[in-house]
Design a protein around this ligand. Structure first.
Ligand code: NI
Length: 399
């Protein structure tokens, strides 16, 4: 691996930063301490910052030369509302909050790159290092954009990265086109008419109607969308009733819809609504249909992906880069940034969990698992990738 020497020498400090953030996890839009830590470090290293975009977002601005060209590198900084099982020294000190997705590591890797880039300015232009709040469901990327991220920091392209448990340390995975799914949620209330359970003919049973709808919805996946289009419709909650001898007034169906294109999500929403309304009407019931679009599909741009793949290969070698990694039905709000700017999002292998110190909890080292921990061996790899990407993108073209 062709890692950058000064970054390797900075590993201990990056590990301390990472573990400090891990020990003090903060939830979406509440990342005040984390945001302070990031801004303080950047300023210590002489990097000007913009604060407050998306509430707790921080952007560091690293300039060199005269070129107007600019690139954005993005990390997420928020944690999850869950209890950590690990008991090692840097385990969460905040009850019910945990860095179980490795955003502590993402933050540290980008700080490592910022530190190096501020000292070794082998590029011509501007590198914006973007520390984004609220990736975990809050849409912090969108909030930063709504607050003027791309107007205040005009950039040609933007890049993102996520650690990937199960993939070998030092390996990268990426693919051009759709890589992560659009996530959406629905909440459908079937309105019937309550009655005594022994006198069903005096009411309209919403449970029976909800069951019909639930069954019929799955035909959208098998009969309405193209078999070549990928999509998931999962009902994850059904709520109705409170007694064994009462037919309730209402029943609700709640769940998630995922897909890799907006058109397939449009199709699912329209068909779900039609089936719900017409099924309810057939039984003299009615529905309240609510469908919320959360994150769009994450689509990597071809040119920037090819560019990123070249940079990865130059660092870890051809055999450690999977340029056609299998997409995942997980979602990621970096998708909003890729709708506005060309760019590429990549996975960086986090290993199988063998890195965890004594005191890790039982259970696998998977994302969103209470026994998870970011692998500190990734810090110099991720930081090197960011640096080489920025340097190659803003290659000094002046004579
Ligand atoms: Ni994450």
């Amino acid at each position: 691996m062709q890692l950058i020497d000064p970054i390797l020498q900075f590993h201990t400090e990056l590990q301390q930063i990472r573990r400090d953030i891990h020990a003090h996890p903060e939830l979406s839009f509440e990342e005040h301490r984390t945001s302070d830590v990031v801004a303080r470090k950047l300023q210590e290293w002489g990097i000007p910052v913009i604060r407050g975009l998306g509430t707790t977002g921080v952007v560091g601005i690293i300039k060199n030369g005269h070129s107007q060209r600019a690139i954005g590198l993005r990390a997420d900084i928020d944690a999850l509302p869950m209890q950590e099982f690990n008991t090692f020294a840097h385990a969460s000190k905040n009850e019910g909050k945990m860095h179980a997705c490795g955003h502590d590591g993402h933050t540290a890797m980008l700080l490592g790159a910022a530190h190096y880039l501020s000292q070794h300015k082998e590029f011509d232009g501007t590198v914006y290092v973007i520390f984004q709040p609220a990736e975990e469901g809050g849409g912090g990327a969108k909030r930063m954009m709504d607050d003027g991220l791309f107007e205040q920091c005009p950039m040609e392209a933007v890049f993102g990265m996520h650690n990937w448990p199960g993939a070998a340390v030092g390996s990268f995975g990426v693919t051009s086109g759709p890589m992560m799914a659009s996530s959406n949620e629905f909440d459908v209330v079937v309105k019937g008419k309550g009655a005594h359970a022994a006198q069903p003919h005096k009411g309209i049973d919403p449970i029976m109607v909800a069951v019909q709808i639930a069954q019929s919805w799955q035909t959208i996946i098998t009969r309405n969308k193209s078999p070549l289009d990928t999509a998931v419709l999962s009902i994850t909650q059904i709520h109705a009733g409170s007694a064994t001898n009462v037919i309730p007034d209402e029943a609700s169906l709640i769940g998630t819809v995922r897909g890799f294109t907006t058109s397939v999500v449009d199709l699912l929403e329209n068909r779900m609504r039609a089936i719900a309304e017409h099924t309810a009407a057939a039984f003299d019931a009615s529905v309240e249909f609510s469908f919320k679009r959360n994150y769009p599909p994450l689509i990597n741009h071809a040119r920037e992906t090819a560019f990123a793949v070249d940079v990865m290969r130059s660092i870890v070698g051809d055999e450690r880069v999977d340029a056609q990694v299998e997409p995942t039905m997980g979602a990621e709000d970096f998708a909003f940034m890729l709708q506005a700017k060309p760019g590429c999002y990549v996975f960086l292998g986090n290993g199988d969990g063998e890195h965890r110190d004594m005191g890790h909890g039982l259970g696998p080292c998977n994302l969103h698992n209470p026994s998870y921990d970011f692998n500190d061996d990734l810090l110099p790899i991720g930081a090197t990738y960011w640096v080489r990407l920025a340097e190659a993108y803003l290659k000094n073209t002046s004579p």
